[in-house]
Design a protein around this ligand. Structure first.
Ligand code: C2E
Ligand code: MG
Ligand code: MG
Ligand code: MG
Length: 292
């Protein structure tokens, strides 16, 4: 424990804090070469129409498999990538790879659908983002309507004029736009209406607790109905049970995503689901590592 105000305080760490610092340093050191070493890959989680259960789209989620660190979840490295600026290169790779994958599914004769990619705050502030999106669409041959970018409320709130301009530029390219983790930031729906956004994704924390917590349920119902009156389509994230799905159906939520429907899966597994047209995967085999 650090002695308060003592001269030697930097020599003492809580063990947990020490472990975090070591891990962070390892991640930062290894992240730089990860793309070149082919350690990054994308997994794909379906979104379904709540009313019909049909697959409506798919979200690409980044995974990092390191030879000694193992499978590293984005929660452990996206922040580091942002701070070091590596996210710019990584983000470009994600957009390019997701577009190429989606085009490959279409070329294989699967029903065309939209692939969503997550955009980080730093990428969003990068003036080159819209040009990079255009370049990825052009080089892969994917039509803009089959790409969607997931943004967050905090991106809309920081430097609002600049954000409106960026979002309008992206909209002009023709890609779909959504607000991820909706409800965790501080924006108002009226303010969001300034942005040409297509989807609101209700954060999974509300969905997780809505059946046991009337406040959470009220938030979910309000987002759905206000979202609809402002012409957004509403997507619920983190749907883990049949009961949650039924509740969302009853309140006319448009789309849903979550482990109950499918975990994020490999491209070939997603292609098989898409060929069947429904989003329930068989339970994982014992011992098989989950990519969730
Ligand atoms: P997100 O975009 O909100 O993605 C949803 C996260 O919830 C994913 O975690 C997904 O695997 C997980 N999830 C999906 N369904 C369920 C469920 O039913 N229950 C629970 N408990 N979790 C569920 P993941 O893949 O670990 O990603 C975490 C976050 O990392 C993402 O949140 C996103 O903000 C970020 N991220 C992922 N891939 C990328 C990327 O390519 N670029 C950037 N900038 N960020 C990314
Ligand atoms: Mg997302
Ligand atoms: Mg989310
Ligand atoms: Mg998130």
């Amino acid at each position: 424990r650090a002695k308060e105000g003592g001269r030697n305080q930097v020599q003492f760490y809580e063990p947990a804090m020490h472990a975090r610092i070591v891990e962070r340093a390892a991640i930062e050191g290894e992240l730089r070469g990860a793309l070149a070493r082919n350690e990054m890959f994308l997994v794909y989680q379906p979104k379904v129409h709540v009313a019909t259960g049909e697959i409506s789209g798919v979200e690409a989620l980044l995974r990092w498999r390191h030879p000694t660190l193992g499978l590293v979840a984005p929660g452990r490295f996206i922040g580091v990538a942002e701070e070091t600026g590596l996210i710019v290169e990584l983000g470009r790779w994600v957009i390019q790879t997701a577009c190429a994958q989606n085009k490959a599914w279409q070329d294989a004769g699967l029903p065309p659908l939209r692939v969503a990619v997550n955009v980080s705050a730093r990428q969003f502030r990068d003036k080159a983002l819209a040009d990079e999106v255009v370049a990825a669409l052009h080089s892969t041959g994917l039509q803009a309507q089959y790409l969607e970018l997931e943004l967050t409320e905090s991106m809309m709130m920081q430097d609002a004029d600049e954000a409106v301009a960026t979002v309008q530029r992206l909209k002009k390219v023709g890609v779909g736009l959504s607000i991820d983790d909706f409800g965790t930031g501080y924006s108002s729906l009226a303010y969001l209406k300034l942005f040409p956004i297509d989807f609101l994704k209700i954060d999974q924390s509300f969905v997780r607790d809505m059946l046991g917590d009337p406040t959470m349920a009220a938030i979910v119902r309000s987002v759905i109905s206000l979202g609809h009156s402002l012409d957004f389509r509403v997507v619920a994230e983190g749907v883990e049970t049949e009961g949650q799905l039924a509740y969302l159906q009853r309140y006319h939520c448009d789309e849903a995503q979550g482990y109950h429907l499918s975990k994020p899966i490999l491209p070939e597994e997603f292609a098989a689901l898409l060929a069947q047209g429904q989003a329930r995967q068989p339970a994982l085999q014992p011992g098989e590592p989950s990519l969730g």
